[in-house]
Design a protein around this ligand. Structure first.
Ligand SMILES: Nc1nc2c(c(=O)[nH]1)N[C@H]1C(S)=C(S)[C@@H](COP(=O)(O)OP(=O)(O)OC[C@H]3O[C@@H](n4cnc5c(=O)[nH]c(N)nc54)[C@H](O)[C@@H]3O)O[C@H]1N2
Ligand SMILES: Nc1nc2c(c(=O)[nH]1)N[C@H]1C(S)=C(S)[C@@H](COP(=O)(O)OP(=O)(O)OC[C@H]3O[C@@H](n4cnc5c(=O)[nH]c(N)nc54)[C@H](O)[C@@H]3O)O[C@H]1N2
Ligand code: SF4
Ligand SMILES: [Mo]
Length: 709
């Protein structure tokens, strides 16, 4: 038996874990690491099942390669030769835009995913870059970028000090939090209440977070921007505005808000005007307050507008950049990536639908268009790293068909699944416990500054590649250096870029491999002057202190002030008004997340599926009666139709049905997931409807008809 310390890589929360392994290197116990200064022993059922997930016998242990139409085991050499051949054939015949990249959710957490994403994008030089960001948080980046100048400047609730928290479209008690890293979110919310504060949840479902809250308000899906504007209107109308940071656009904002009196928005939102007025007063009166919104508001038609108004309210109530309000974390290794240039979107536009580039990406919602529409720049080959867009993208069945029509596809993924089954080559990363972990990106969104490094628990076998080595090889293939080059050359490309400004560092860099040396460089160049050795000395993680005010360091708008009424967002306000004045849709679809799940890829672990984690349609009893539903229902949208088991529940508001995503498993050799197939919610979501400002997909508020079977 041996024990190992390890950060859980499965979600943003980054809990410290203590693993016990037997002599065969099998994980026999997972506990929360009580000595971790941030997570203090917290873990969730997914973290507890980390060993089962890691040792899943259905994970790929060697590359698969398509031969005569069939995916068959191949050596790494054969696999890289084929990747080299396939990608270069496409680039030679059709140019670099013909190769697309897709980065899925896990690449936001793995070291390799973080380190190689930008270099791969740069070296490929294709406009067809896509990521899970545009099915998730892109509206927040756009809002932050336009208001603060920096799209990565995401203001997080100062959860441990706030006196009032307004939560919209997030269910952190089950999701464990997103764009707000706070292990034991539930305990921290209870602590708000215990110190006399208040928690209000706005959600079309009475979630576990809503149950815990002091107040829960149902809202018609897709209308949060209206509700938030109603609050802004009230703050101005009642003279409750108290701004204490430098701003521009206050007058424009006031005039934009004029049309959004609470009485005007109440019908569309389904929240009484008097309640909206009271929320505004409470936010203004609280000693400190934070407005926090997530997936429910982002993956919606007015995602960017809602994200903007969240921080507008935080500014207007004097709560931006002060303890107890919303604040900016200070990362240990990312500061050098800040460009200092004011953010803008639309430097180029997508070929088929003319959608603006945002952060150098096109929306996932238009990936199928770009694959199916002939002409120069048509996508003919795809490299995915850790993603399952055949389940996760809007209008997913169409995208899956488009994948099957590609000339060539490479996937870096540990599973054969609904997406990778279309690949010509699958390159599997090693086990989680064989990989190092340092969660770069989540440092931006922590409620307390903190860092933790986990070296690999288990060594690589001779015949394995680390994920960093796989991506380094792909980088070299795209750079034209052939399939046989040493991955160390790819690592050197990264290090060379990083050290351009500090060449002297190279002599003293420390680390077992290129990835560790790059981490060492980033830590040394970072805000706290840390190093790899400092992280090794703190195996339980390093507390870097509470969030501190730092707006002046963050701001990089052209005016040098917080822009309260960015023109791009102001220009979209008439569209919101039209929506709010229009009819309330009779029936709409939203999503939901289960505690023991994570998007599409944890349904092959027996302890995580079944029970409450099932793919059912939540329907209010009134709607069950109204539509005469039995055990199953047919759900029809503009995009498609599904038949699904009905779960009658009063936790969802009338006029709304809820279906989780990540299901619809095909028979790809995942033996457990196959028995819990479920249906693909994204057969109902419409890729043709996006938030036009951010290009983000719309998963919530999809008009549907619900029919008996
Ligand atoms: N257990 C678990 N944890 C996860 C994940 C998982 O799949 N399972 N996924 C991870 C990922 S990738 C992410 S991005 C995060 C997301 O983290 P959260 O944002 O907390 O995700 P959800 O639990 O989906 O919460 C969204 C809530 O929005 C509500 N909602 C839907 N439409 C609307 C609307 O129009 N307005 C409002 N106000 N609310 C609405 C839904 O009912 C739901 O309760 O979770 C992460 N953590
Ligand atoms: N209808 C609807 N659709 C949604 C959402 C919703 O709320 N409703 N939520 C959206 C959100 S927030 C997100 S983030 C997306 C997720 O969208 P995706 O990222 O496309 O999908 P995931 O299901 O997270 O797929 C993760 C993939 O990464 C692989 N993987 C796991 N670990 C590793 C690793 O260490 N390395 C590599 N290379 N691969 C790994 C898994 O096998 C799996 O294939 O889904 C979105 N889709
Ligand atoms: S909340 Fe669960 S899945 Fe997320 S990091 Fe913690 S243990 Fe892992
Ligand atoms: Mo996500």
């Amino acid at each position: 038996m041996k024990t190992a310390l390890r950060t859980c890589p499965l979600c943003e929360t980054s809990c410290g874990l203590r693993l016990t392994l037997d002599d065969d290197d099998s994980v026999v116990r997972v506990e929360g690491d009580k000595d971790d200064p941030f997570s203090k022993g917290f873990l969730c059922p997914k973290g507890a099942a980390l060993g089962r997930l890691d040792e899943d016998p259905d994970r790929l242990t060697q590359p698969l390669m398509r031969v005569d139409g069939q995916l068959r085991p191949a050596s790494w050499e054969e696999a890289f030769d084929e990747v080299h051949r396939g990608l270069n054939a496409t680039m030679a015949a059709h140019g670099r835009d013909a190769v697309a990249l897709y980065f899925g959710n896990p690449t936001f957490h793995t070291m390799a995913g973080f380190l190689y994403r930008q270099p791969l994008t740069q070296v490929l030089g294709s406009r067809n870059v896509y990521s899970a960001s545009t099915v998730d948080q892109m509206p927040k980046h756009v809002a932050s970028g336009l208001m603060f100048g920096d799209p990565m400047a995401v203001a997080v609730p100062d959860l441990d000090r706030t006196d009032y928290m307004l939560i919209l479209g997030a269910n952190p008690v089950e999701s464990n939090g997103s764009l707000c890293v706070a292990p034991d979110f539930k305990g921290r919310l209870r602590a708000v209440q215990e110190r006399g504060g208040k928690v209000v949840v706005v959600d079309p479902r009475r979630t576990r977070t809503a149950e815990l809250a002091d107040e829960h308000l149902f809202i018609h899906p897709g209308t949060d921007a209206g509700l938030l504007f109603g609050i802004v209107h009230t703050l101005f109308a009642e003279d409750l505005v108290s701004v204490d940071v430098e701003v521009t656009g206050l007058d424009e904002l006031r005039s934009l808000a004029r049309d959004f009196a609470p009485e005007t928005v109440e019908r569309a939102c389904g929240v009484p005007a008097a309640t909206i007025v009271r929320l505004a007063r409470e936010l203004a009166a609280a000693p400190s307050a934070s407005v926090y919104a997530r997936i429910g508001t982002c993956t919606a038609e007015f995602g960017a507008t809602a994200s903007w108004l969240v921080d507008v309210i935080n500014v207007l109530t004097g709560n931006l950049d002060r303890p107890g309000g919303v604040m900016f974390a200070k990362t240990a290794g990312l500061e050098i990536f800040r460009s200092g240039q004011p953010f803008a979107t639309g430097a180029w536009r997508s070929r088929v639908r003319g959608l603006p580039e945002v952060l150098g990406e096109f929306p996932v919602a238009t990936m199928a268009d770009e694959m199916e529409t002939p002409g120069e720049g048509q996508i003919r080959a795809l490299l995915t790293v850790g993603g399952n867009p055949a389940l996760s993208a809007p209008g997913a069945p169409r995208l899956a068909r488009a994948l099957s029509g590609l000339d060539f596809m490479v996937c870096v993924d540990p599973y054969l699944n609904e997406t990778t089954r279309h690949a010509n080559v699958i390159l599997p990363p090693p086990r989680i416990l064989q990989s190092p972990h340092f969660d770069f990106l989540v440092q931006i969104i922590m409620v307390r500054n903190y860092a933790r490094f986990s070296p690999p628990v288990l060594p690589l076998r001779e015949d394995q590649y680390s994920e960093a080595a796989i991506l380094a090889k792909l980088l070299l293939v795209l750079a034209g250096q052939g399939p046989d080059s040493d991955p160390a050359g790819g690592e050197e490309m990264l290090l060379g870029q990083l050290l351009a400004a500090a060449p002297g560092l190279r002599e003293i860099l420390d680390g077992a491999d290129g990835t560790e040396r790059i981490l060492d460089a980033l830590l040394r160049l970072g805000s706290y002057g840390l190093s790899l050795e400092a992280m090794r000395q703190a195996p339980h993680g390093l507390d870097l202190g509470p969030l501190l005010p730092r707006l002046p360091e963050i701001l990089c708008t052209a005016s040098g002030k917080v822009d309260l009424a960015p023109p791009t967002l102001a220009a979209d306000v008439p569209r919101l008004l039209r929506r709010l004045r229009g009819p309330v849709p009779e029936m709409v679809l939203i999503g939901r997340r289960h505690l023991r799940s994570n998007n599409s890829w944890m349904h092959n672990v027996a302890p995580l599926v079944g029970g409450s984690n099932r793919c059912t349609l939540h329907v209010h009893p009134r709607d069950v009666a109204r539509f005469g539903l039995g055990e199953r229902a047919r759900v029809r949208s503009a995009a498609g139709e599904l038949e699904v088991p009905v779960e009658v529940t009063e936790t969802v508001m009338p006029g709304v049905v809820s279906l989780p995503h990540g299901w619809g498993h095909e028979d790809t050799g995942q033996t457990v997931a196959r028995r819990h197939a479920g249906v693909n919610a994204n057969a109902l979501t419409d890729e043709l409807v996006v938030d036009p400002v951010s290009g983000n997909a719309v998963f919530n508020g999809v008009p549907v008809r619900v029919l008996p079977v």
